[in-house]
Design a protein around this ligand. Structure first.
Ligand SMILES: [Cu+2]
Length: 292
């Protein structure tokens, strides 16, 4: 008897089919720029060889994550813990009154009961009008569960940076060295005075649809800005949590006055069970596309 292909199988096949093939090669990884956050371990610049792989042109979307949840019944860590971090400007005054403690170093992150991927600003919010926005409030563990279901994996930091650079050597951004070439915005970050006034000059205060702005030389969208993307690797820089995992690309909250981690070489980390309204992920496959 032939195995019966389910709707879920078809979904997963479609997900893998959209991946972009990148040839293997050597590239210069890292940065030694002087304005780099010293503890981030971006340098030294070194030559790295990566094998051929395929990568999603976009971050995993709400619609894609919804398909995974529908077919598996998966419950994210934010749902199990009962809360997640929401940026203060997106929290209603009613919900704000329920917050008793905020993180000292980052008081703009409010722990909101009932916030999770389908209710990104807490109870009463929804993603029905954001199917093509990146899924957020997903932990590294949640991302791994999605990868297992879809037959994909999280990129290593080497793969992520190779992909993000889009074939340019040692450029600051996926498109070159100028943040706004000819006055045009190329990514979704913060404009204005962080953390209280966002002019949204790039068009967005929060997440943007995943295919916003021009893709890089490899056809990959929003490798920087929009949402942080989990990578497979442990993050072992001094001062990081003992179980920390690497994140790359920066988010819609990044601003040069506070954190210039929307450069391709920039890195940060979080613990594998952490979630927030600006953390998502993108998937890769190291299998031959002919096996689909
Ligand atoms: Cu940042």
């Amino acid at each position: 008897m032939l195995p019966v292909a389910t709707a879920s199988d078809e979904r997963r096949r479609q997900l893998r089919k959209q991946l972009v093939s990148l040839p293997g090669g050597r590239f210069l990884m890292g940065s030694e720029e002087p304005d780099v956050n010293p503890g981030d371990g971006e340098g030294p610049v070194r030559e790295i060889e990566v094998k051929a792989f395929r990568v999603s042109p976009v971050s995993v979307t709400n619609a894609q994550f919804a398909a995974f949840v529908k077919s598996t019944g998966y419950i994210t860590e934010a749902e199990r813990f009962g809360w997640s971090f929401v940026f203060h400007m997106f929290v209603s005054s009613r919900l704000r009154r329920t917050v008793t403690q905020v993180p000292q170093a980052t008081p703009w992150w409010l722990p909101i009961a009932g916030a999770f991927w389908r209710a990104p600003e807490g109870p009463g919010s929804a993603v029905a009008d954001r199917p093509n926005h990146p899924v957020v409030h997903v932990s590294w563990n949640d991302a791994q569960a999605y990868c297992s279901w879809s037959g994909t994996g999280l990129p290593t930091e080497q793969e992520w940076e190779y992909a993000a650079r889009g074939g340019l050597e040692q450029a600051r951004y996926p498109w070159g060295n100028d943040l706004t070439p000819r006055g045009r915005y190329r990514c979704n970050i913060w404009q204005g005075t962080f953390p209280h006034h966002n002019t949204a000059a790039d068009g967005y205060i929060g997440t943007a649809p995943v295919k916003t702005f021009q893709p890089n030389g490899y056809g990959l969208y929003q490798m920087v800005g929009n949402v942080w993307e989990w990578c497979a690797d442990d993050f072992t820089e001094p001062g990081s949590a003992p179980d920390a995992r690497a994140m790359r690309g920066g988010s819609y909250l990044c601003h040069e006055s506070y954190c210039n981690r929307y450069r391709v070489a920039a890195r940060t980390s979080n613990t594998p069970d952490s979630s927030a309204g600006n953390i998502g992920f993108r998937v890769v496959s190291r299998e031959s596309p002919h096996g689909l």
